[in-house]
Design a protein around this ligand. Structure first.
Ligand code: BES
Ligand code: MN
Ligand code: ZN
Length: 498
């Protein structure tokens, strides 16, 4: 889809469709009023007759409205004006785009971007509109022999701003929104790909492709390299699989070399069977999403590179399968991590932390400003926070605060969880420096505590996205989260968030 920004009055638009909002009950927004005036009360008459009450989620398509220059007018219900917030704004845009896709209109001018949203800027409205429009029209049908084609899909969306002096700001926000949306799309597609296609080597190829497109530095460490380094914790997870593990490092250098990088680490388990501690059969297919941490950091890096943000960003992806097999690790095995600390593997299904710990230790060599890892780490986090909030842990409160704020801004929210020392005892092992599981209680927290033992040398946050990275059920699929949160955090860090 193509996007552009424009400032002008709705009745003068020559477009296949003009989109304007109606508040409940039956209150026209300003652009709707302008159309109504030009049309000699044509719209207010229809609204008065009760065909459009303004309830959120409703739409009414009008054709050839007299006095206006567009083929169609789409009225979108916004709900009550006093309740109109971010969520309502986003919902209205989503409804509008989905409806437009079902009409014959190839192009449309949307005036919803002019609506005031409490505490949110024009840049925010433009960014969100671009992100939502591409999210709402995303399809993953590359494995369907017969695709259900949209007959006349929306090809061009023009976002209207009220004043000409807002154009420059809105253009910049549009560029950002599209970069973020494409990062989200990449993240969703990598997540949705079946695990026989999206294996560690495939992720490595994708990283190389991104590096080639944006002229980034990319290094792929092979099994032998990892052995030489001493990443025995990571390798113990890869041992059960015939797919070779890959350790991916991608670098965007947008700032001076003296500026310390922000490092993102993404869990890249391309399929998690649980290993010898095998998972139950039901819904095991969903463990193809266990690389969504990796997908999200790659999507974020792609967005940052596309926006050419003046920051240094390094992305690390430890990629492997977790399979049972003759050389798979056993419960009771003890391995030495890259940090030198030894780990007793009591459950081979707690594999995410085993690969992340070596990646986090590896991050030290970049002398990072901040390290953030992203992982579908624990079922316990899903129990605690459901599919609404990502679990956020940090060894520095100001970092946690910045990430929470970025999540709020992006409507990709996280919730701050405790990382107190009191929980560390649960990881005690009689035979090694630590066990890889901490028992039934507070599973998301003990997993984070495990990681915290490898992040003492830098400011670090951990995002547990087990509940938020994908949706289950008949409409299952990757969500692209937390690409919006991460990109907003980085935009903020780069001083580019308006
Ligand atoms: N990838 C899973 C976490 C997961 C489970 C994500 C369900 C999404 C939905 C992770 O590797 C795992 O298996 N964690 C175990 C840890 C346990 C053995 C301590 C879990 O959560 O059950
Ligand atoms: Mn597991
Ligand atoms: Zn896993």
């Amino acid at each position: 889809m193509e996007f552009s920004i424009k400032s002008g009055s709705p009745e003068k638009q020559r477009s296949a469709c003009v989109v304007v909002g109606v508040f409940e009950p039956r209150k026209l927004t300003l652009p709707a009023e302008l159309l109504d005036k030009a049309a000699n009360s044509y719209i207010s008459d229809i609204v008065r007759r009760g065909d459009m009450e303004g309830k959120s989620g409703t739409t009414l398509l009008l054709h050839n409205v007299p006095g206006t220059l567009s083929d169609r007018i789409l009225l979108v219900g916004l709900g009550k004006e006093k309740d109109f917030r971010e969520k309502e704004f986003s919902g209205a845009v989503r409804t509008a785009v989905k409806t437009l896709n079902e009409t014959g209109a190839f192009d449309a001018t949307i005036f919803l971007t002019e609506l005031a949203v409490k505490k949110r800027s024009i840049a925010w409205r433009v960014r969100q509109t671009a992100i939502i429009a591409l999210d709402a029209t995303y399809k993953f049908d590359q494995f369907k022999s017969k695709k259900d084609e949209v007959r006349r899909p929306l090809r061009k969306l023009t976002l209207s701003v009220e004043r000409r002096n807002e154009l420059t700001l809105a253009e910049e926000a549009l560029t950002q929104g599209l970069a973020i949306a494409e990062g989200v799309t990449l993240c969703k597609t990598l997540g949705n790909l079946p695990p026989n296609v999206c294996h560690p080597s495939y992720l490595a190829e994708q990283a190389l492709a991104i590096a080639a497109e944006f002229k980034l530095e990319c290094e792929i460490l092979e099994r032998a390299d990892m052995e030489k380094l001493g990443m025995h914790s990571l390798l113990s997870v890869a041992n059960g699989s015939h797919q070779p593990p890959k350790f991916i490092v991608l670098r965007h250098k947008g700032a001076r070399a003296s500026e310390k990088p922000i490092v993102l680490v993404g869990k890249g388990v391309t399929f998690d069977t649980g290993g010898i501690s095998l998972k139950p059969a039901a819904e095991m297919d969903e463990m193809k999403y266990d690389m969504c941490g990796a997908a999200s950091v790659l999507g974020t890096l792609q967005a940052v590179a596309r926006m050419a943000l003046p920051i240094n960003l390094t992305v690390i992806v430890p990629a492997t399968e977790n399979m049972p097999g003759g050389s798979a690790s056993r419960p009771g095995d003890i391995v030495a991590s890259l940090s030198g600390q030894t780990i007793e593997i009591l459950n081979t299904d707690a594999e995410g932390r085993l690969i992340l710990c070596d990646a986090l230790t590896y991050a030290e060599r970049f002398e990072p400003d901040t390290v953030i890892d992203v992982a579908t780490l624990t079922g316990a986090c899903v129990v605690a926070l459901g599919d609404v909030a990502t679990g956020l842990f940090a060894n520095k409160d100001s970092l946690a605060r910045d990430l929470l704020e970025a999540g709020d801004e992006a409507h990709d929210r996280a919730w701050h969880m405790p990382l107190w020392d009191d929980y560390q005892d649960q990881l005690k092992s009689p035979f090694a420096d630590m066990a890889n599981i901490g028992g039934r209680l507070g599973g998301a927290i003990t997993a984070a505590c495990f990681l915290s033992r490898f992040t003492k040398k830098f400011d670090w946050a951990h995002l547990d996205i087990a509940g938020t990275a994908w949706k289950s059920g008949s409409n299952k699929g990757a969500t692209g989260r937390p690409v919006p949160l991460l990109t907003h955090y980085l935009l903020q860090r780069a001083g580019k968030l308006n």
